[in-house]
Design a protein around this ligand. Structure first.
Ligand code: SF4
Length: 431
């Protein structure tokens, strides 16, 4: 007997598409409606062979099954016994779990950091420096007639972004959809998104800052050389005119801008360009957030500590110094002496030197699937998949909070991240 559940939210990328249909048969997801290929794979394959079935504790170099209470007790002992623990991950779980993670780090006098530190950290730094002109994705859908993707490839990373929010939907003031809009892509290569663009501008690698600056020079009445960052002055002038003359422009940027040479100064310059454009028309800017709740991790961290990521509690109050208190730095400098990793796989994305230290300290993983980080952990606690087996709140890339639904029961004995962390917090406090 099959059942179709509608209005399910996809907990994969920062688009948080909330129109997914899920067809459930015998307690398994058999098919999906409206899901992109990534989302379809998540819903239909999340329960495949890599699922961790029970808690495990490492003994004699091998992870062995253990009761949940024992795994929680062992985790609490590790964290309480360390001088400077790190609590890292958080971007692929719900806000309710993130909040407890921050409380644990505060209780222990450790560091809490989320994956922003290795993706849009520079964007957050720039936003703190110069502010930014933002909006919701609904506004873009209803109003924007010029869409610019700079240093990102949503056709692969956020497959429904163009279809749901930017180029293709019919909007209140854009009732012909695509025919009412122009798409510009700026990137170092002709990506699949660039192939759809009305105008593709190929910038030389690591010269985005110069290209942004040259558009600003034109907007401010100056002159530019014949070529900047591999782009002819004619093309830059055309782009500047297109930007000035649109009714509502939206610039979306990705790691091609945050993680290339210039880093947060690139974003500072992009935000300043948008500020300049607002002398002529309405223009907004938005980072393409990757993990489905990385925006929530920043928001919850801001509420609780005043800072969005890389928060250090070792002095008894929250301190924020990215580059010093970031997860990668405290690992590479060998400063932290244990790690609680929740909903993340730093062993797959941190620099090698950070990973070498992670291998040498006790690690606790709370994670539904076996991952390289789980494999090097001393304690592994499996959790329910948020948005499928557990409900919770997540923030879309435009900071709109969306409630994730529970559509299936988790395997017997498997709790949500929130429940596991609550148990751990109580054990640490000796309650
Ligand atoms: S675009 Fe992102 S949120 Fe939307 S269905 Fe695809 S993976 Fe899920």
């Amino acid at each position: 007997m099959s059942e179709t559940i509608t209005d399910v939210v996809c907990s994969f990328c920062g688009c948080l598409c909330d129109d997914i249909g899920v067809i459930v048969e015998d307690g398994c997801v058999k098919d999906t409606i409206n899901a992109c290929r990534i989302s379809h794979a998540k819903f239909t394959e999340f329960n495949n062979g890599s699922r961790i079935e029970e808690p495990m504790i490492k003994a004699d170099g091998e992870l062995k099954p253990a009761p949940l209470e024992e795994a929680i007790e062992k985790s609490a002992d590790i964290l309480k016994g360390s001088k400077y623990p790190l609590a890292y991950g958080w971007s692929s779980t719900a806000c309710e779990a993130q909040k407890i993670g921050i409380a644990i780090a505060e209780e222990l006098g450790g560091i809490v950091d989320n994956t922003t530190t290795v993706c849009h950290g520079p964007s957050v730094l720039a936003e703190q420096g110069v502010g930014y002109s933002g909006c919701t994705l609904g506004e873009v859908k209803n109003r924007a007639d010029l869409i610019i993707y700079w240093g990102c490839n949503p056709m692969h990373a956020h497959p429904r972004h163009l279809g749901r929010y930017t180029m293709y939907p019919r909007g209140f003031f854009r009732d012909s959809g695509e025919r009412d809009r122009n798409l510009v892509v700026v990137d170092i290569r002709k990506t699949d998104t660039a192939k759809l663009a009305d105008h593709f501008i190929q910038v030389e690698p690591n010269q985005d800052y110069e290209l942004l600056a040259s558009i600003r020079v034109l907007l401010n009445g100056g002159e530019i050389p014949e070529e900047v960052a591999g782009v002819s002055s004619g093309d830059i002038e055309k782009l500047a005119e297109m930007m000035k003359n649109c009714n509502y422009g939206a610039l979306f940027f990705g790691l091609g801008l945050t993680m290339s040479k210039g880093k947060y100064m690139n974003i500072d310059n992009a935000i300043s360009l948008v500020e300049d454009l607002n002398d002529y028309t309405k223009f907004v800017i938005m980072p393409m957030r990757g993990h489905y709740n990385v925006a929530g991790a920043n928001t919850v961290s801001n509420w609780e500590t005043g800072f969005p990521y890389s928060v250090d509690f070792s002095r008894g109050y929250p301190r924020y110094a990215p580059g010093e208190t970031s997860a990668a730095d405290v690992l590479m400098n060998g400063e932290v002496d244990s790690a609680l990793i929740v909903a993340s796989d730093p062993a797959s994305h941190m620099p090698r030197k950070a990973l070498e230290h992670l291998r040498n300290i006790p690690v606790i993983s709370v994670e539904p699937h076996m991952s390289p980080t789980a494999e090097i952990s001393d304690v592994v606690i499996p959790s329910a998949v948020v948005g499928i087996e557990a409900e919770g709140t997540a923030y879309r890339m435009d900071h709109v909070p969306i409630r994730l639904r529970k559509i299936l029961d988790p395997p017997s004995g498997i709790l949500s991240d929130e429940e596991i962390l609550e148990m751990l917090f109580r054990k640490i406090r000796g309650e």
